[in-house]
Write a new protein. Structure first.
Length: 279
């Protein structure tokens, strides 16, 4: 039953507009509108906020966001087949839904939004990580968005919230946790989607902190972390030797043992190393 608005059920929308899912576009649609409204609620109070949604597809999450009171939703969809279905939603919520038929990777989305801005999306898996990295590395901090509420494959979600000491810990965890709080707020089985993907999914909620947890130059930190995890099994002195001929001195100055491995180093240690290298 569709209890969140007066539009037709999503199965009927998909049938009426011939929206057979395309794998190349990462299309796994959510059909339960109560579930999409629940995902929208994970972003907190949406009234008074513009929401950026990437990949609305037939509009299940879009309808959840609008029903939950978003001031405006800007939805960026690459597949033109979805436009008529999205136009029906725009008509049901006059002045509150703007649909952009574009590739989210090639769009200046900020130009279409007025702060406060929240990003909420069931991301296409093939571009999800790339979009997250871009949102986490804006030219200035705090970013235009105040929070990101994003569906990922469970394994990617675990990498975002990972703590030191395990295989999931790496660049994504450090990038995300340096300037955001990050937690998994929902888990979804494959059957929640049509067609069901091969993997489980999870929703991650990230809130932008006003300032980084520890000071560091973003570019230097990014380079240190990427280099350290590029050869994550090696000791730091070997993995990072390309960064400086005096890498062992820098590691000690940062309070790190040159024999440690990247997986064991907490965020604070990487920030201290980035400061030493930048200095
Ligand atoms: N939001 C819908 C839902 O929850 O049912 C659909 C989610 S589906 C996982 C991902 C959507 O992203 C698809 O509609 C797909 O066409 C769209 N998409 C894929 N690549 C895209 C890109 N580069 N830019 C914008 N949209 C894209």
């Amino acid at each position: 039953m569709n209890s969140i608005d007066s539009l037709p059920p999503l199965r009927a929308v998909i049938a009426a507009h011939g929206l057979s899912a395309r794998k190349a576009l990462g299309q796994n649609f959510l059909l339960d509108l109560n579930l999409t409204a629940k995902i929208a609620r994970q972003a907190g109070d949406l009234t008074g906020c513009d929401v950026l949604e990437v990949g609305p597809g037939p509009g299940g999450l879009t309808r959840g966001l609008l029903a939950e009171g978003a001031r405006r939703v800007v939805a960026v969809e690459k597949d033109p087949r979805c436009l008529p279905a999205l136009a029906e939603i725009a008509a049901a919520y006059p002045g509150r839904l703007e649909v952009l038929n574009a590739d989210a990777l090639a769009l200046d989305w900020a130009a279409h939004l007025t702060p406060p801005v929240k990003v909420v999306a069931n991301l296409p898996y093939n571009v999800g990580t790339e979009l997250l990295v871009r949102w986490l590395t804006p030219p200035a901090w705090p970013p235009v968005w105040s929070s990101l509420t994003l569906m990922f494959q469970r394994e990617v979600a675990e990498r975002i919230v990972a703590q030191p000491g395990g295989k999931a810990y790496g660049r994504l965890a450090l990038l995300a946790q340096w300037r955001c709080s990050a937690r998994i707020v929902m888990s979804l089985p494959p059957e929640a989607f049509s067609p069901p993907p091969k993997v489980h999914s999870a929703v991650v909620h990230l809130e932008a902190l006003p300032e980084p947890r520890f000071p560091a130059d973003p570019k230097v930190l990014e380079r240190v972390v990427a280099t350290a995890f590029n050869q994550r099994r090696k000791m730091l002195r070997a993995a990072l030797k390309g960064l400086s001929p005096e890498i062992e001195d820098h590691l000690r100055a940062a309070g790190l043992a040159p024999t440690e491995r990247a997986e064991q180093v907490p965020l604070e240690g990487f920030c201290a190393l980035a400061r030493s290298l930048a200095g």
